[in-house]
Design a binder for this molecule. Structure first.
Ligand code: CP
Length: 315
């Protein structure tokens, strides 16, 4: 694996999940692997988990880590070719990417969707321009359309907590006051498509995800019906894809509460975090023993570490 831009870059999800679970038992066993090499973590957007877990994962592998909050500390980048750069963009991605590649062996990037230009977001202009011009492995730390490190952590968590061989897993939309990207939901769907599971997506009408990603996934507009006998309830807000980036519904009846969880099969509650309590999920659910959000966040380290290990071994 040269780059990790999408969960489908993994040769085999199930094997990778097992390798991550083994790695977790002795996280320093490959600390020699990254010796003398450097990774740059570039953040165009805020982060808690991704920043700390990816840095920890890299350090566990012996890598030097340089972190830059590009969004607030770097020059504004131009991505179009042939532009007269006499406005607010001070540097072209061509130079920025080539320069960064001289300082490090790998670059990991967080660059969220604009939610204003669907075509540009779908083209993944930040990730793909860095891939094109840096010439070194690029790792996606949440891009316009995907968050594959999160999805791999989610797969590890489901594997650790599943009881049924073929669990029922529900991805549920929940309300949020702000327009949020589709990246986490998209990667979760892509990851679930690689699993042997009964997978259902539930959301209000108008919140259909990109059908190029959901393909023939089962969609149930009745949230409570979707929750029946679920082993895992994975909750996330996202804005409309059709009416791109718009909040078309904030129906608080979609918040996850105990009454809804009671129709599940003693289901586990999952969320990638950060989460707004009592908007997305009631305290009674996130504070219950069926909530595995903290364990899920812990697995971000092993998700990043197994990905970095595979990239180190192949570059
Ligand atoms: N889940 C996740 O990516 O968290 P951060 O945005 O805090 O990195």
């Amino acid at each position: 694996m040269k780059h990790y831009l999408n969960i489908n870059n993994l040769d085999n999800l199930q094997n990778t999940v097992q390798e991550a679970i083994t790695l977790k038992k002795n996280e320093l066993q490959f600390e020699h692997l990254g010796k003398g090499k450097t990774i740059c973590l570039l953040f165009f957007n805020n982060s808690l988990r991704t920043r700390l877990s990816t840095q920890k994962a890299a350090q566990n592998l012996g890598l030097n880590v340089i972190v830059m909050n590009f969004g607030s500390e770097g020059w504004q980048l131009e991505y179009e070719d042939g532009v007269v750069m006499n406005q607010d963009k001070a540097e072209h991605v061509k130079e920025a990417a080539e320069v960064i590649a001289q300082y490090c062996d790998f670059v990991a990037i967080r660059a969220f969707a604009s939610l204003t230009d669907k075509e540009k977001d779908k083209a993944e202009i930040v990730l793909n321009n860095f891939k094109k011009y840096a010439g070194i492995p690029v790792i996606n730390m949440e891009s316009a359309t995907g968050h594959p490190l999160q999805a791999l952590a989610d797969a590890i968590t489901i594997e650790e907590y599943k009881v049924a061989h073929k669990p029922k897993v529900v991805l549920s939309w929940a309300p949020h006051p702000r327009a949020l990207p589709h990246a986490v939901a998209n990667s979760f769907v892509e990851m679930m498509q690689l699993q042997d599971a009964d997978f259902v997506i539930t959301h209000p009408e108008g919140y259909e995800l990109d059908t190029e990603i959901t393909k023939n996934a089962k969609i149930e507009y009745n949230q409570k019906k979707a929750f029946e006998n679920a082993d895992f309830v994975y909750v996330k807000n996202w804005s409309s894809f059709k009416d791109y980036g718009k909040v078309v519904c904030t129906d608080e009846n979609w918040m996850i509460n105990e009454e809804k969880m009671n129709v599940t099969n003693n289901g586990k509650f999952m969320h990638c975090l950060p989460v707004r309590r009592n908007v997305v999920v009631a305290d009674e659910v996130i504070d219950s023993e069926n909530s595995i959000v903290i364990q899920q966040a812990n697995n971000r380290t092993y998700s990043a570490q197994i990905v970095l290990k595979k990239i180190l071994e192949n570059n």
